[in-house]
Design a protein. Structure first.
Length: 514
């Protein structure tokens, strides 16, 4: 396998990392990570990283990867019980953290090393270690634990390389790009794509620390490089989750600086959950830029994406594979993807209507759930196909449209299989709805009835059930109309902005039935 970080090995003086007013070149990163990698390689085992949005987190992860030591990123917002479970399950031999970072008592028994970002002018240059084999574990990333204690997905080095190289191909991502984002660094989106991606390609990343529309406008703002190739000007790419893009869509009408910055960026990417079509349209209308969606999971890294197309040929994007709102594009190079029905038979109809579970295989997959051979075996179908649990359709030219999770978003009502996602998009097109989620609940006649959970645009005058049901029935079909409505102040979301539908049942009483 080729070097994971060629620009580090070459000691490039190009910008690599910037967090606020603190920055490192690729050569500076190599100088900081090399000595730490040497020490970690001598100790072996696994290391936990207190994954705050800092230079130290990036240096720690890179050093461990150079040393061939598996990294367990820890979410700084995890509770004591979750941290205790992760530590008992992964058994790291050391904790890496930024100097002065306060950590919970659950981590107190771990030997700790504070990560030095500046090794000092007198520090000798340490040769970077030889690359471990492609199958060697690189990261152990814990799932959200919605169906039990979090499981540690063991991600090999080959998965990281195959995903990043496939995205480089799809997005024409190069060392000339400067990526802007504010994603957390304990998850694959922010850490693997958002930090390791630019480092592998020899480009740079500017982390905002905390998301704000002002920060996005500042870091994407051009001073000679935003839409071009210069690494000293503005950012060229933006990664975010739907919540961030929704906030930008809300701010655009009154924020010309943000509109200008987004319009001059080369690529806007949304992931971790579906971006509502309404927000796609608002951003495209205000900026002339279409947001690219991609699809992946902790266990699979990236599976699908639209291909980047230059703005001047956007009208022919459908023909050349460009963004199409409501879809996650087509499978990436190296990824095999199929849909299967409830019997496990492959669905061969590319009609945009037939719903099936997504199954995938390829070099981008995890190798196992740590210490869980039962869960690992259950996750795979015959032939090495990973069961994602996501339900989708494919249209005639292969675009994948995700309709929801098998466990929470596929509603079987009146003999129909209905995906929650399309109803949510229809609800969001109603002017009285700011946010929306859709679930199913038992119904003695229909099997399941459709339940809408909304945050009203005007809390003092929320839309009625009959109004929203009629709106959905007119947009989609009568059998897809909500029959129960809940109005909430906010939808429960996790750190990545995903709506936690299992928490909705306890959120409040319904406002009506139809």
């Amino acid at each position: 396998m080729s070097s994971l970080f060629p620009a580090l090995a070459a000691r490039s003086e190009r910008p690599a990392l910037r967090f606020g007013d603190r920055a490192l070149t690729h050569a500076g990163l190599a100088a900081a990570a090399g000595p730490l990698a040497e020490r970690l390689g001598a100790t072996g085992g696994r290391v936990a990283v207190w994954a705050t949005p800092t230079l130290e987190t990036a240096v720690a992860v890179v050093a461990a990867l150079l040393a061939g030591v598996p990294v367990v990123p820890l979410n700084p917002r995890s509770g004591e019980r979750e941290l205790a479970h992760i530590l008992a399950d992964s058994r790291p031999g050391m904790l890496l953290a930024a100097p002065g970072a306060e950590v919970p008592a659950a981590l107190g028994a771990l030997p700790r090393e504070d990560v030095a970002v500046d090794p000092g002018p007198a520090a000798p240059e340490v040769p970077l270690p030889d690359e471990p084999p492609a199958r060697a574990p690189a990261l152990i990333v814990y799932t959200s634990g919605t169906t039990g204690p979090p499981k540690g997905a063991v991600l090999p080095r080959r998965a990281i390389v195959s995903t990043l190289d496939a995205l480089a191909d799809a997005w024409q991502w190069t060392d000339a790009d400067a990526l802007v984002h504010a994603l957390p660094l304990f998850h694959v989106h922010g850490l693997i794509l958002g930090i390791l991606g630019p480092l592998r390609l020899g480009g740079s990343v500017r982390h905002l620390g905390t998301f704000s529309t002002e920060g996005v406008a500042r870091e994407l703002g051009t001073s000679g490089g935003g839409a071009g190739t210069g690494s000293t000007g503005g950012g060229t790419m933006l990664f975010g989750v739907p919540t961030m893009y929704h906030r930008m869509a809300e701010a655009l009408p009154s924020d010309p600086a943000l509109a200008k910055a987004l319009s001059e960026a080369r690529l806007l990417v949304s992931g971790s959950a579906a971006l509502p079509v309404h927000d796609h349209e608002r951003i495209a209308s205000a900026t002339g830029r279409q947001v690219v969606e991609r699809y992946g999971m902790t266990e699979t890294l990236m599976l699908c994406s639209s291909r980047w197309t230059p703005p001047d040929i956007r009208p022919s994007a459908r023909a050349v594979g460009g963004p199409r709102p409501g879809t996650v594009g087509v499978p990436l190079p190296g990824v095999e993807l199929r849909l299967v029905d409830e019997t496990g038979a492959e669905i061969t109809a590319y009609d945009g209507e037939t719903v099936g579970e997504i199954q995938v295989r390829g070099p981008n997959l995890f190798t196992e759930y740590l210490n869980r051979p039962d869960a690992t075996a259950a996750a795979f179908a015959e032939g090495g196909w990973f069961r994602t649990g996501d339900m989708a359709t494919r249209d005639v030219d292969g675009y994948v449209r995700i309709v929801g999770r098998k466990a929470t978003d596929l509603i079987k009502s009146g003999g129909y299989k209905i995906g929650a996602g399309e109803i949510e998009n229809a609800l969001l097109e109603h002017p009285g709805v700011r946010e929306a989620a859709v679930t199913g609940e038992p119904d003695p006649d229909l099997g399941e009835r459709i339940v809408a959970w909304i945050v009203p645009a005007d809390p003092a005058a929320p839309p009625a059930l009959e109004e929203l049901s009629g709106h959905v029935a007119a947009q989609l079909a009568p059998h897809k109309r909500p029959r129960v409505l809940h109005c909430l102040d906010a939808l429960p979301r996790n750190d990545m902005g995903k709506i936690m539908k299992r928490a909705l049942a306890a959120a409040g009483p319904g406002d009506g039935r139809g």
